[in-house]
Design a binder for this molecule. Sequence first.
Ligand code: DP6
Length: 351
Amino acid sequence: PNYQATASAPVNIAVIKYWGKRDTKLILPTNSSLSVTLDQDHLRSTTTSRADPKFTQDRLWLNGKVDEIKPDSRLETCITEMKRLRKKTVEDKDPKAPKLSTYHVHIASYNNFPTAAGLASSASGFAALVASLSHLYELPVDASTLSLISRQGSGSACRSLFGGFVAWQMGTKSDGSDSLAIQVAPESHWPEMHALICVVSDDKKGTSSTSGMQRTVETSPLLQHRIKNVVPERMEKMTRAIKDKDFDSFAKITMADSNQFHAVALDTEPPIFYMNDVSRAIIALIVEYNRLSRENGGRYKAAYTYDAGPNAVVYAPEANMKEIASLIIAYFPQKAGDFKDVLGLFGAEGA
Ligand code: DP6
């Protein structure tokens, strides 16, 4: 028999940011987070896994190149946990089930977006890895259970196992069994919501999320305030905003949380800067765009957010997207060369 399965998973961009771990091995966060999954054909990772008794070791290829699976690495943890889940939920229950958990696996993973785009690939990568092994092993488990494992590959990867609007509940247990992703609402609940990615720079980022957030945990007093007094209420308000399709609230919280994440990075010792002048100019543009609309009795029209790099993600109702994209391009004629790409996401036509 041929034991092989393929799965793909998209990138997600948080509107309430995960930044800080209380357990670096299990990847347990210091606060809950919430994201939108960018479900378009580009910006996905696709992974094929195969199990064979003839394989002599687990092996991985990333975009066609061999990637070493180091002992005790996040990668090894995910593969080991998936095999354990296969044994527990399938083989221990059915003695006739093939003992796939004892076979080595070969895994090939591709990103259909250039890693040069400066967009995080670990979230979609680990989600696709876990999804493909779950198909291969025919696991009778739900996506939240799988998120417990993809979380151990990269925290944000737990959220890419769902489409639409997704919360990562931080949990309280020390074994991590309640730190998982749930879907707040499917994409179909709010199909007008679109995202525009402005690739400001494709430079490799200076400080990785993993090391940056640990330094923040160790040195930032502002992070402690954020964890205790800010995020819990924002999670509730954001969940409500999504359920009510209340874009004004969604936009306010999204921009405030991006700002606070970057403030917390700046509050780190030594300070971490992820945004550059172009990032800040895009913020000014979106702020002005919203101000003009609101001054004339209108509503918020767009929300920016930035991860651990200078690239802007702009969430907005689809109806505003063409205007936003042309504003951004018109506003930065001298910077035109700085925009590697402006991708319209959500829906095939883009912006
Ligand atoms: C700023 O999930 O990449 O994008 O768990 O160490 O792999 P590790 O970190 P990672 O951090 C993502 C940070 C962020 C915010 C977010 O996605 O919530």
